[in-house]
Design a protein around this ligand. Structure first.
Ligand SMILES: NC(=O)c1ccc[n+]([C@@H]2O[C@H](COP(=O)([O-])OP(=O)(O)OC[C@H]3O[C@@H](n4cnc5c(N)ncnc54)[C@H](OP(=O)(O)O)[C@@H]3O)[C@@H](O)[C@H]2O)c1
Length: 420
């Protein structure tokens, strides 16, 4: 059973399925590669927003939390003219690496934040309800199941708030093929449908820059949702979106800091220059996402975004690390062909053991991030461009490395799936 904890004191009880966790291959030298979502086949038919179905938007006005609840404004009356305290922002994926910071940033900016969470949240469900409430202090926390549209709808209805804006920071925790479709596409879509039915007229999506070159299933799932979000805005001029496509997160680049500190070599593929990124911190990205709630210049935009400073290759990241740690530079160069061989083996095995589909997909993901830059891709030249990749924020990777060398990786752990 689960509950909603809201500032107006309403509570909700809702069941939640138990979350199963999977862990896959891991070895220290590929700890740098971490991916958050890897989907494959749609377990259920896609939801169709254009179908009114049982979730008619009209049905939700006015909301019946109490008989005195005023009627909800229609989506067409812009929330942007309201005071932030009167703007209700629903955050799904609020307990994730980025989601937590987004919730805090929105609260700091004065918005009325409604955050959905699971009763056991965080990596491997290690946070209790009480811990989640502390973590999301200042938000109306709604313990609900975003994978079940009915459940989510009911939770929000019982909470009694209309919704102006939905911000999704959802991502699969397990990285499993089906789980990723379930979260990155289906649950995200549920939040759109539920939000729309509660009056939401703007949707901010945390996506990923790598979807511009979709070779992986999770990228296809994200793109599918992005396309449906855009279509929704095309069909209803009272609805808008901002799609945020960040480059690499700090946590994805911190896997070797403690190893280097302890005297181990820095491991990289090829000559260490196969790929580059402009890493962005959780705080900076949260701030950018919060900007998307009100900024008119971010309406109906796909927004690739990196952190401050120049793009960094793995070689340059390693050099920074050795300089900061005071260690003699020691690089281990791994031929990228090793990845190709591993993928070939996994692809073969998956034909015999279909249950290994996740492992095979993880191999492809590892290969992707070993060789593809997290920068704007010029579709004409097929080249990545650091210059064309926008920068935002102030936190640098160097400062992050310094902090991890000093304090360790606490709070920067990879998800439940460490790729390799
Ligand atoms: N890592 C990178 O370098 C990078 C770069 C660019 C873009 N991105 C993208 O950024 C996005 C978010 O990343 P993140 O690191 O913040 O993700 P994260 O830490 O893994 O957080 C995922 C969020 O989704 C929720 N969630 C997952 N499965 C759920 C389920 N079955 N039911 C309900 N909630 C569920 C989690 O809730 P619980 O806490 O309850 O598990 C959590 O709030 C992803 O789309 C990723 O592709 C990542």
């Amino acid at each position: 059973m689960s509950r909603c904890f809201s500032s107006n004191g309403l509570t909700l009880h809702a069941p939640r399925g138990h979350h199963s966790f999977k862990r896959c291959l891991s070895s220290h030298f590929l700890n740098q590669i971490q991916v958050n979502s890897i989907p494959y086949a749609l377990p259920n038919p896609p939801l169709n927003l254009s179908e009114p179905s049982k979730f008619s938007r009209q049905r939700l006005y006015p909301i019946t939390a109490s008989t005195t609840t005023p009627a909800v404004e229609t989506p067409k009356s812009s929330f942007r003219s309201k005071n932030p305290k009167d703007i209700n922002v629903l955050v799904v994926g609020s307990t994730g690496y980025i989601g937590k910071f987004v919730v805090k940033e929105l609260i700091d900016r004065g918005f009325n934040v409604i955050a959905t969470a699971r009763e056991k949240s965080g990596i491997r469900g290690r946070n209790s309800k009480e811990e989640t409430l502390i973590q999301l202090k200042g938000a109306n926390v709604c313990f609900s199941d975003v994978t079940q549209l009915d459940n989510l709808e009911k939770s929000l209805e019982n909470l009694g708030f209309p919704i102006d804006v939905v911000v999704s920071c959802l991502a699969s925790r397990t990285g499993g093929v089906k789980d990723s479709w379930k979260i990155d596409y289906e649950a995200t879509k549920n939040s759109l449908v539920a939000g729309r039915n509660r009056g939401a007229s703007h949707f901010v999506l945390l996506s990923a820059i790598c979807v511009q070159k979709p070779l992986l299933e999770f990228q296809r799932a994200k793109l599918k949702f992005e396309a449906e979000l855009m279509r929704e805005a095309e069909e209803d001029d009272g609805f808008t979106y901002s799609i945020v496509r960040p480059t690499a997160f700090f946590k994805s680049l911190g896997g070797q800091v403690e190893l280097v500190r302890d005297g181990k070599p820095y491991v990289m593929f090829g000559d260490g220059k196969l790929c580059a990124c402009k890493p962005i911190s959780e705080q900076d990205l949260a701030s950018f996402i919060a900007d998307c709630v009100l900024s008119k210049d971010k309406i109906n935009q796909v927004l690739p975004i990196g952190g401050p400073g120049k793009a960094l290759t793995p070689l340059e990241q390693g050099e920074i690390l050795f300089r900061l740690s005071g260690r003699e530079p020691k690089f281990l160069k791994v031929p990228i062909q090793i990845m190709d061989f591993a993928i070939g083996v996994l692809d073969f095995l998956v034909k015999i053991f279909p249950s290994m589909e996740d492992a095979a997909e993880f191999g492809k993901i590892g290969r992707y991030y070993a060789a593809e830059s997290m920068l704007i891709l010029d579709p004409e030249t097929g080249e990545y461009s650091a210059e064309k990749t926008p920068s935002y924020g102030k936190d640098t990777l160097e400062e992050f490395f310094e902090r991890v060398l000093r304090e360790g990786m606490a709070g920067q752990e990879l998800g439940e799936q460490t790729i390799f």
